[in-house]
Design a protein. Structure first.
Length: 326
């Protein structure tokens, strides 16, 4: 039995769909609220759906769980950002880590590329405390994810008891089906598709930096299918342990992304430029790119799709369909 926190969300529901297809029994921990988030689970209902508030009581019954995938997080709290993010991303993560230690259950969790801040100290998925302590995240989300990475690193360095398998995955810019409930937090791929498919000019950010052209900020964009493939690979290999970057290993510009969307939609579209929102100025990295030496060194040999191929598949197989859900 596998427990997935955030299992009705974007990445969690894609993981759940893959596990469902393979015959695993899953328990999803998430809030559905109003709207269409329930549709992320409609084609592959879980064995049980739990609200986060009921998780502790459920675990106290000592259910026969073999693996915990901890993907639930607060990415953009509406107010009291750092306080709410801490409760969700740090305290709940520590609780699940401790439970997995006590019950000797495997623990696989989502970290984030946001822990690297502006990237000045590189993108090394190193669990060494000396390296982690140098990172300076720019947002409450990145900061709280970083705090839990540090908590795990200290536990390992101090020789404390740990789960029989623990894996942290530093997810970069993931895009793909079932992200539609995220509203203003959807991927740039979905945002640009919405512009291109309705004939509107695609807006890219003007650069704040003289050495970077408008639309030249770069991200490591990864299709959710590739992220799920890595998670399944980890699930099937209990001996794999550690902190790993999860991206394609190749940064691409926003302009490249816009061109990939335009080609996939098959329209002749214009690209324009807008200022970076005031709230993001000074907190918006110009470049992110996953270093994959540790993941490849651990034995992962799977193909990671190019931006053009991933965008084309997402648009062709989901966004243009009457039912865009996985």
């Amino acid at each position: 039995m596998i427990l997935i926190t955030g299992g009705a969300g974007f990445i969690g529901s894609n993981l759940h769909a893959a596990l469902f297809a393979r015959g695993y029994e899953t328990i999803v921990v998430d809030r559905l609220r109003c709207g269409n988030k329930w549709r992320n689970l409609a084609k592959h209902p879980p064995a049980r759906l739990l609200p986060p508030a009921g998780l502790a009581a459920f675990l106290a019954t000592e259910p026969p769980i073999d693996v915990v995938f901890h993907l639930g997080a607060m990415s953009q709290p509406p107010d009291r950002a750092a306080e709410i993010a801490w409760a969700s991303n740090v305290e709940q993560s520590k609780f699940l880590w401790d439970w997995c230690v006590a019950k000797q259950v495997r623990f696989i969790y989502a970290s984030s590329s946001a822990t690297y801040g502006n990237g000045a100290r590189g993108f090394h998925d190193d669990v060494a405390i000396d390296y982690l302590a140098q990172l300076r995240p720019l947002t409450p989300y990145g900061w709280t994810k970083h705090i839990f990475d540090l908590h795990v690193a200290r536990s390992i360095a101090e020789g404390r008891q740990r789960p029989p398998q623990w894996v942290g995955l530093k997810l970069f810019n993931v895009y793909g089906p079932n992200e539609y409930h995220k509203r203003n937090m959807v991927s740039l791929v979905k945002t640009m598709y919405d512009y291109a498919s309705t004939g509107r000019e695609l807006p890219l950010f003007r650069s704040e930096l003289p050495q970077i052209a408008d639309g030249g900020y770069q991200r490591d964009f990864i299709l959710v299918d590739d992220a799920i493939a890595v998670m399944l690979w980890v699930l099937e290999r209990p001996s794999v342990i550690g902190l790993f970057n999860l991206g394609t290993g190749q940064a691409r510009s926003y302009h490249d992304l816009a061109q990939a969307v335009i080609r996939a939609v098959g329209v002749d579209q214009r690209i324009g430029f807008v200022d970076i929102p005031e709230a993001l100025r000074g907190r918006y990295p110009a470049f992110t790119e996953a270093r994959l030496e540790r993941l490849r060194g651990a034995g992962y040999t799977g193909e990671l799709l190019s931006l053009e191929t991933g965008v084309r598949r997402y648009i062709r197989d989901y966004l243009v369909q009457n039912d865009p859900y996985r």
